[in-house]
Design a protein around this ligand. Structure first.
Ligand SMILES: [Fe+2]
Ligand SMILES: [Fe+2]
Length: 476
């Protein structure tokens, strides 16, 4: 008997899982869906020209797919500092040469508090400029180090980890965060940098423009040899046409070196779920432990309801990934201290649709997609986004719904401190049998009254990046 979220036969290809989950990273970066996969196709083409040995091509392959693992860790900083949607800022920054002062200044002007009054924009502009190059370095360092940490957690090869850490370094030493120069930068990182930048220009401005960009930045941003390798593929090569037509998960999977194909078992799938939970939770300082909190709460409830080990495993994965779609919601909304407007609330509600869309792409997680994405559904039909009622909502989803509210109430939020267990039970208890499953709420009561859950760590200033808090104050 097989259970949702567990692979048939116990093994799946790692490439399938990571290529699928790379769409979550695209969403965080404000890039078009498939950016990481297309970067992978371009980078692997360069790896072919360099005639890299297969072990190194394997490291390159996974580094290309997972290059943006750290991307959520600076979203809150961008949004707080610029007073703008972090996805727009992140997408725009990939289109400019930020080593050029004038281009950088125009970028800042474009992105600082758009649509707000002159004084507020000027104030923000000064705040951004005051941070200067050191501020930029810090934001990139956070992203690169976090990306390298999570790549290590995924068990990627050390060469992949080092490439992800050096993703934004430039050949001329003007990159970030460590100003590495020339061959101090690992070859795989030099390929990653060219592949990802080329992909953005190719997708946004067309192939000729992308070649012009690569030529213009040869020897500054990019290793001249990687650009020369790129120019062995001509702009009219069918490869570029196919790239726009066919850049799905399967096309990426075909590029994993045949003698290096990595398969993973269920323990590693658990680990991958936990690693992506870290990507999700890094998005906002206010939910820095939410996915894990919901997973622990769900499992504790399910144990009281008599779930066995395999069912608990599938439920934990759903819980860890339930808010994957929050990577697609702006931090201006996620971190907003005041009540959301109706438009902002609608944008927030989109996160469950994104969760469903991303998990559906990953075959071994697809069976979990609807159950995880339904965690805001209510028995009385007042939930979202499927609009389910009563028996249409599975027991797993009912557990996720209760665990989600419980963790949110117990944790601090921008507008209030975390609530006591008694208060949480009082609030959730009012919905038992109406919006929430009464049996699940009873199980939660037993969990909380027996102190079976750790108290969530508070979110005091010490847990929020100190600089972020300063940004909030400056922007107030
Ligand atoms: Fe949610
Ligand atoms: Fe949640």
């Amino acid at each position: 008997m097989s259970f949702p979220g567990t692979p048939q036969g116990g093994l799946v290809k790692q490439s399938e899982v990571l290529a699928g989950l790379s769409y979550a990273l695209d969403l965080t970066e404000g890039q078009r869906a498939g950016h990481s996969v297309r970067s992978c196709l371009i980078g692997m083409k360069l790896g072919e020209v360099f005639k890299l040995p297969s072990a190194q091509r394997s490291a390159l392959f996974y580094a290309l797919l997972m290059k943006d693992l750290g991307c959520s860790s600076n979203s809150a900083r961008f949004a707080a500092l610029f007073g703008n949607n972090d996805h727009d800022i992140k997408a725009d920054i990939k289109n400019i040469d930020w080593t050029r002062a004038l281009e950088s200044f125009k970028f800042v002007l474009r992105n600082v508090a758009p649509g707000q009054f002159f004084l507020k924009r000027t104030w923000r502009l000064l705040a951004v400029m005051a941070r200067g190059p050191e501020g930029a370095r810090e934001v990139v360092r956070t992203r690169c180090e976090r990306g390298a940490d999570i790549a290590t957690m995924l068990g990627l090869a050390d060469e992949s980890v080092q490439a992800i850490r050096a993703l934004d370094e430039h050949w001329d030493g003007m990159g970030q965060p460590y100003a590495k120069k020339g061959e101090e930068i690992p070859l795989l990182a030099r390929i990653l940098n060219l592949a990802q930048t080329f992909e953005v220009f190719y997708t946004t401005h067309g192939v000729d423009n992308a070649y012009d960009m690569a030529a213009a930045r040869r020897g500054t941003w990019f290793d001249p040899e990687t650009v020369d390798a790129l120019f062995t593929i001509r702009p009219h090569d069918p490869f570029w046409h196919q790239l726009s037509q066919n850049s799905d998960i399967q096309s990426a999977m075909r590029l994993e070196p045949e003698d290096q194909v990595i398969t993973i078992d269920e323990d590693r799938l658990d680990l991958f779920s936990a690693a992506f939970a870290r990507v999700i939770d890094a998005k906002s300082p206010w939910t820095f432990s939410h996915s894990n909190g919901v997973a622990d709460t769900s499992v504790a409830i399910a144990e009281r309801l008599g779930f066995h080990a395999r069912q608990l495993r599938a439920l934990r994965r759903s819980a860890l990934l339930h808010d994957l779609g929050k990577l697609g919601v702006s931090n201006l909304i996620l971190d907003k201290p005041e009540k959301l407007t109706s438009d902002e609330y609608k944008a927030m509600q989109k996160h469950t649709e994104y969760t469903a869309a991303i998990l559906s792409r990953v075959p071994c997680f697809a069976p979990l997609a609807s159950e995880a994405a339904a965690h805001h559904e209510k028995l009385d039909g007042r939930g979202y986004h499927f609009g389910l009622t009563g028996s249409q909502i599975s027991l797993n989803t009912r557990i996720l719904a209760v665990a989600d509210i419980c963790d949110a109430l117990r944790a601090s939020r921008p507008y209030r401190a975390g609530l006591s267990n008694d208060r949480v039970l009082e609030i959730i208890g009012r919905e038992a049998g109406v919006a929430l499953d009464a049996q699940v709420v009873d199980a939660l009561r037993s969990v909380l009254l027996n102190d079976a859950l750790e108290q969530p760590a508070d979110v005091p200033a010490a847990r929020i990046d100190v600089a972020l808090e300063e940004d909030y104050k400056q922007a107030a």
